[in-house]
Design a protein around this ligand. Sequence first.
Ligand code: ADP
Ligand code: GLC
Length: 495
Amino acid sequence: MNHPINVLFITPEVVPFCKTGGLADVSGALPVELAKQGLDVRITCPYYREAREYFENSGGNPASVLEECTLWLGGRLQKYRILESVLPGSNVVVYFIDFPALYDRPELYTEKGEDYWDNFFRFAFFSRASLDLPGKIGFKPSVVHANDWQSSLAAVYLRTVFSDDPVLGDAKSVLTIHNLAYQGIFDKGFLDSGDLPLSLFTSGALEFWGQINVLKGGIVFSDAVNTVSPTYANEIKTKEFGYGLDGLLWYMSGKLTGILNGIDYSVWNPEIDEHIPSHFSSEDLSGKMKCKIALQREMGLPERDDVFLIGIVSRLADQKGFDLIAEAFDKLMNLDIQIVLLGTGMPEYHKFFEKMAVKYADRFAVRLEFDNALSHLIEAGSDAFLMSSLYEPCGLNQLYSLRYGTIPIVRTTGGLKDTVVSATKADISGGRATGFKFAPYTSRAMLRAVKSALKLYKDAPESWRKLIRNAMLKDFSWRESAHKYIELYRKLLQV
Ligand code: ADP
Ligand code: GLC
């Protein structure tokens, strides 16, 4: 009989309660698949204002598990509550750490482009309180699974404060790095607020160029570290992608692996998607054209079924390659195409794209906000989806695009490299090809890839339709990826 595995899954965001990016999608889906495969998984997440409003708007509130909890941290007794809910459509319990002074704020991490000044304490507290939870609810984790820097201190506390703990002392720890660029770097003075002794401030633990590096602590102290695609797991061991931690990751490569993300087909599926006006499948694409027209109408673009429509949904961050798009913008707009963009992020891109939407009003439309329903419509209604990322740990949007028959045009990096197969003639007819790729990080290479896609769309509609079918038939469900996580847990637990 298989040895039972209990997982404490610590995450700073989880759909549908709170989200800034793909980590939330992963946290809302992977635990459900792990549970389906027989594991007992409990999630912890901060109770942000966004989560509170989610419950208020859906007419309820999560149950309160323990009215008042206390935790001695940062030189005083901190009072908080634990609230309980489940991931919709599953039995997976989410425990929210409710501490309004820390989490009841307009945003998750930053406001007006500035990080919250007390982010170190906010996430030290979250990590520490997450580890207190199992003892309070009678749950004995065999694995503590942390995600990104915001929960990395859990691995540090596990090996220090909790090393002899009857509940957690034997637990193994896994850290998933969703994005190495965000490391949680803070002034040394914050150590005290997390009750972390000065002895941890060494180059072999938390110290990084004279500051605290929280992710580094997670990497050093976790029993296993993984990233979200095999290619990114290799890339981060190089100077180009390592953001200063490449040496450490190289040194620790024995415990570093890459496990590709899956996607949640109960949410991202054009046959049942509740956010799109018309459903479709690989057998019957007629609904996709209706979605295209609906998208053009929604965005105020000319309703033309024959024009090549490119969608972009993204954080407007340097990582996503918007410098290439900005540089090539006039040339892109010289082609017979339309582009719709949904995104929020760096103010300079907000300004630039607002200007472009005026200049090219008949072919470019932008929404500078976070809008989940619109992101589904863009996936459904576009012909192609552009991701010109400088680096991309996994990327979920290209996977959503595949499912919606929206052909990805991507740069060959990280998970984009691992999930999209270039449209050569042989691979289109053989069923392998699913999209277009470019390698050099230049606007020229990107433009060339867009032009190749446009040419196939215009000149070879049969091949384009075949490409759509190939894309829609690919399977990136969580089943396989969850299985790989279970193998990783088993290896650590030797069961
Ligand atoms: P990352 O996590 O680096 O932002 P991913 O491709 O893994 O990139 O995931 C991004 C997720 O966030 C996708 O689910 C995408 O649809 C969503 N997203 C990004 N920006 C927006 C936005 N402005 N409105 C709605 N959804 C968005
Ligand atoms: C990060 C990465 C993205 C990945 C997501 C979920 O935000 O930037 O590539 O898909 O995490 O793992």
